[in-house]
Design a binder for this molecule. Structure first.
Ligand code: AMP
Length: 120
């Protein structure tokens, strides 16, 4: 699998400060911000700062420090958004997963009963 990163994607522009975002949390390796079209009361995107196109790219190629920093950001987002009753983490990937933005992002969605993961 070849992972080609396009540095003109919208999350790369957010990371460079070229377009604004509503930051929820940031550390050395990750940024978390509000989704512009929230699908639930809590809808935050967590992205690594490195150039990774997808979850499988990030899992295969990111350093241990980058992976730890990313999951530390996930933990912080879950804490500050107060999703104690549960949430859903989604990483849409490529065509079958209907991924729109080709920079790895994890959706953290919650704040309400979400129903089943996929329609039956
Ligand atoms: P995906 O289909 O998993 O690639 O999801 C991309 C997500 O990025 C969607 O939920 C969009 O609403 C969200 N999104 C697109 N542009 C922005 C932006 N400028 N700021 C915040 N979220 C965005």
């Amino acid at each position: 699998m070849m992972f080609d990163y396009d540095d003109q994607n919208i999350f790369a522009k957010i990371l460079r400060g070229e377009i604004p975002n509503k930051t929820v949390f940031e550390n050395d390796h990750a940024l978390a911000f509000e989704d512009i079209q929230p699908q639930a009361p809590v809808h935050v995107l967590v992205i690594p700062k490195g150039p990774y196109v997808s979850l499988d790219h990030f899992a295969a190629a990111a350093s241990a420090e980058e992976q730890a920093g990313f999951f530390a950001a996930v933990a912080e987002v879950c804490k500050v958004t107060g999703v104690d009753e549960g949430f859903r983490a989604i990483a849409n990937t490529r065509g079958h997963g209907v991924q729109d933005v080709p920079h790895f992002h994890m959706h953290i969605i919650g704040g309400t009963q979400l129903g089943r993961m996929l329609p039956k």
